[in-house]
Design a protein. Structure first.
Length: 492
């Protein structure tokens, strides 16, 4: 099967923080892959900028090394790479010192009809100043768009202040708040499964679904992000954005269309329906942990405090939550959310577990009848499994087995699975905001998260320790087992 490539208009993209980690690992490789696929039109330009002095040739050499390092060798092409690098130029801009803006203006030119994208791959502390300077120097045209990465604030007040700062220069329809999880193939397939098939939607409610689990697990530690991470923690870093966005896609009502406004409207309703977790509930519905020294990928690894170099930190590297959505569809259906670093495996998945059959017609010799569940795997090995009970083949009576209908996207379609950033950057060019976060959705997520953070602070209880290479503190197991359920583990 051949993936269909939809061409886009010529565009200019200015990457602030072009010499940083995100640019090297994701943005430059993503743009290269789209160019190799024939989606980037002739005349499209990529302008890198940061405060580091650098010539065009030096930036192209920097980009070449990044692509050779982060793009699989089988997908590298010398000729295509040379053509891609020819699109690149570099303009030094020191945001803090307000230097270099005139040079950026000269590089962009005065074609007001051309799509112009400003990608802010910098610290959020600079978002407001960059936008102010873009406006002050007349660089924001009618077709200009700005892309901002998380975190959008560290709480509701700071999120509002940041959104106000960006909104002073760019209208809401030109602001693209990126969440790379929403660009993953399987996340979009969740919407296809729900809204393009008659099979699931009639069962997608509290009458048929027992509970939902969302897990985003990382086997790595904080690596080089210790400074940022210690000021954030797992709840701010993962739950407020990635995991709540996944929850919204699972729980939302069918939108009137796949337009951005319709999708955001339904997400907002879900977030507003989330039952607040207040002081009196925090001990029974949340668990936070912090990893200690252990083993990962066969080798010994230090604990979080050793990596941080601070024995007093109470920042959580793991969080598990029991969330409830107070509406008609999801009444009394718990959503169990967990995420953490230095866990047993790198894995992100959504598990929808259906209710048990009301009565078994089989005798005990048939075996245990397990509940059906739909497993939507985001990473690694993106795909979908529907676990069913079937008869074990062969004579000798009725013996039942729990087996999956398994669809691996790589095997089913035999096409390369694009990185999320490839899709999202091209959606910015197209002006399609359906996979991005609207301001009120971001702020409503903070409205739910803030009381949890405040309750943790008030309790002054430190995070529960867990050994690196495990699935988190034992309290997280107790959180779900108190309800007679268990965390999902793949049965392969």
């Amino acid at each position: 099967m051949i993936a269909r490539i939809i061409a886009v208009e010529p565009f200019d993209i200015v990457v602030f923080g072009a010499t940083g980690d995100l640019s090297q690992r994701k943005l430059l490789p993503a743009l290269y892959e789209r160019d190799k696929a024939g989606q980037v039109p002739p005349g499209a330009r990529i302008i890198g900028t940061s405060r580091r002095p650098m010539s065009d040739a030096e930036f192209r050499d920097f980009a070449r090394k990044a692509i050779l390092q982060h793009v699989p060798s089988a997908e590298q092409s010398g000729t295509v790479l040379d053509d891609f690098l020819a699109r690149l130029s570099y303009v030094p801009v020191d945001v803090a010192a307000s230097k270099g803006w005139d040079g950026l203006g000269e590089a962009l030119g005065d074609d007001a009809g051309r799509i112009r994208i400003f990608y802010l791959a910098t610290s959020p502390d600079l978002f407001g100043e960059i936008c102010d300077q873009l406006g002050a120097h007349g660089l924001v045209t009618e077709r200009a768009r700005v892309v901002v990465e998380k975190p959008i604030g560290k709480d509701l007040d700071s999120a509002r202040a940041l959104n106000d700062a960006i909104g002073r220069v760019f209208p809401e329809e030109s602001i693209y708040r990126i969440d790379h999880y929403l660009g993953k193939e399987t996340v979009q397939n969740l919407m296809a499964l729900r809204f393009a098939n008659a099979l699931f939607e009639p069962l997608w409610n509290s009458s048929h679904i027992d509970h939902v689990q969302i897990t985003v697990a990382e086997s790595l530690g904080v690596e080089g992000r210790a400074g940022y991470y210690d000021g954030a923690g797992a709840l701010r870093d993962m739950v407020q954005n990635h995991i709540l966005q996944l929850l919204c896609l699972v729980a939302m009502e069918p939108p009137t269309s796949m337009e951005a406004a319709a999708l955001s409207d339904e997400k907002l309703k879900v977030l507003k329906a989330l039952k607040p977790i207040t002081d009196g509930m925090v001990n029974t519905t949340t668990v936070r942990g912090q990893y200690r020294a252990g083993a990962s990928a066969g080798g010994a690894v230090p604990g979080y405090l050793e990596e941080l170099g601070d024995n007093t930190s109470h920042t959580e590297t793991f969080v598990a939550l029991k969330a409830q959505i107070d509406n008609w569809r999801w009444a009394n259906v718990p959503f169990y959310l967990r995420t953490g670093k230095r866990l047993a495996a790198r894995m992100s998945e959504i598990v929808v577990t259906f209710r048990a059959i009301p009565h078994s017609v089989f005798d005990e010799s048939a075996g245990v009848i397990s509940q059906n569940h739909l497993v939507i795997r985001l990473q690694p090995d993106e795909g979908v499994k529907l676990w069913l009970m079937i008869k074990d083949p062969g004579p000798g009576g009725m013996r039942l087995q729990h087996v999956p209908l398994d669809m691996s996207f790589a095997k089913a379609f035999n096409v390369r699975n694009p990185d999320a950033y490839e899709r999202l950057v091209m959606d910015v060019v197209r002006g399609n905001q359906s996979l991005f976060m609207r301001r009120d959705v971001v702020e409503q997520a903070w409205t739910w998260v803030d009381p949890i953070i405040e309750a943790w602070k008030a309790s002054k209880e430190p995070p529960k320790p867990y050994t690196a290479g495990t699935w988190g503190p034992s309290a997280a197991i107790a959180l779900i087992e108190r309800d007679g359920r268990t965390w999902h583990e793949d049965e392969d």
